[in-house]
Design a protein around this ligand. Structure first.
Ligand SMILES: NC(=O)C1=CN([C@@H]2O[C@H](COP(=O)(O)OP(=O)(O)OC[C@H]3O[C@@H](n4cnc5c(N)ncnc54)[C@H](OP(=O)(O)O)[C@@H]3O)[C@@H](O)[C@H]2O)C=CC1
Ligand SMILES: O=C(CO)COP(=O)(O)O
Length: 317
């Protein structure tokens, strides 16, 4: 068995390092930089040397020879990567490792894979995990979702490593929505903390945000149990409470009104806008998502957004 990871960001690099404990792994990057010589990804995940079983390439025809390919580029870049390499990726097992909803279509990564490479077996790997924790060998548990349970079980076995424990589901919609939507709520929580609104406000946003996640997921046909698992509740908890999270960090800077590096990968930003559109079309009430979209689009300031949430009509929980 061989694995390739397409996209040498922090997460792709960490997964490649962990999976190289199991089998030969090829890490594909559009720009290798100094990685082949230094045996480290100094740009995205500094401080973690590559094991001997990990090779790097910028040649997709080499990477695509692997049995299983993990797709670890940001969500908004996934479709182009698949379209550009559709012939090489035909019939492969493709596992999306990105968390988000496509801005132009409102679709998640599994559907995007199915649209671009219909002959592939599509899956998504998601859940609470920081790249540095995985690379450090710290214990991590993730969800592997694949509609075909037999294919999913095989992937679960092959991609579990000594420190990366995978659970399995056939509910790809629930798994990808959990990973996408928690980022939006993490921006809201970071904003509240940055603006000094307090930990009680954060707990309220996490809980009511989780209600929004469940509402949209149910509307789109997800199983309720998936949202309460690692890919939903698990990742929501991690991302809304850790300053390691870039989504939370963006929120902190919105709340403090400080500058934020626009080149940072913050999946929740595009996803908030995409989800707001999906919710509006479906007639769903998602006020926290709408508030985050309003903040990001600079239609709202923090105080106005918070007042709007607090003065909504009172309701049953
Ligand atoms: N970091 C983490 O802890 C975790 C991240 N994730 C998810 O993983 C996904 C990737 O995030 P992460 O690795 O952190 O992001 P990073 O910001 O670390 O890296 C993004 C990577 O994507 C590459 N990339 C961007 N556009 C393209 C493109 N068009 N073609 C090829 N490569 C491209 C970049 O290449 P280049 O260097 O050349 O710009 C870079 O290597 C996100 O969806 C994120 O939510 C999930 C769990 C944990
Ligand atoms: O998805 C993550 C943790 O599970 C990483 O979160 P950020 O993308 O916010 O850094």
């Amino acid at each position: 068995m061989t694995v390739a990871v397409l996209g040498a960001g922090a997460f792709g690099t960490a997964l490649a390092i962990s999976l190289a404990q199991n089998c030969p792994v090829t890490l594909w990057a559009r720009d290798l930089g100094d990685m082949a010589r230094s045996r480290e990804n100094a740009k995205r995940l500094p401080g973690f040397g590559f094991p001997d079983t990990l090779s790097v390439t910028a040649d997709m025809s080499i990477a695509s020879r692997a049995d299983i390919l993990l797709l670890s580029v940001p969500m908004q870049k996934l479709r182009a990567l698949l379209q550009d390499n559709a012939l090489l990726l035909a019939d492969k097992r493709l596992v999306a490792c990105c968390k988000g909803i496509e801005l132009s279509t409102g679709l998640g990564p599994v559907t995007v894979i199915q649209e671009c490479v219909p002959s592939a077996t599509a899956a998504v790997l998601t859940g609470p995990s920081f790249a540095a924790d995985i690379a450090r060998g710290l214990p991590t548990a993730l969800t592997l979702a694949c509609k075909n349970d037999a294919a999913g079980e095989k992937l679960q076995q092959l991609l579990t490593t000594p420190n990366l424990r995978l659970y399995r589901t056939t509910d790809t919609i629930g798994a990808e929505l959990g990973g996408a939507l928690k980022n939006v709520i993490a921006i809201a929580c970071g904003t509240a903390m940055g603006a000094g609104l307090g930990e009680s406000a954060r707990a309220a946003l996490m809980t009511r945000g989780y209600a929004e996640m469940q509402r949209l997921a149910a509307h789109l046909g997800a199983k309720p149990g998936t949202l309460s698992g690692l890919s939903g509740f698990g990742d929501l908890t991690l991302t809304c409470t850790s300053t390691q999270s870039r989504n939370y960090q963006l929120g902190l800077s919105l709340g403090k009104e400080t500058a934020f590096d626009p080149d940072t990968t913050v999946e929740g930003a595009a996803t908030a806008i995409a989800v707001q559109d999906v919710a509006q079309r479906a007639g769903l009430d998602m006020p926290i998502t709408a508030a985050v979209a309003g903040l990001l689009e600079k239609r709202l300031d923090v105080q106005t957004a918070m007042n709007a949430l607090l003065t909504r009509p009172l309701k049953e929980e």
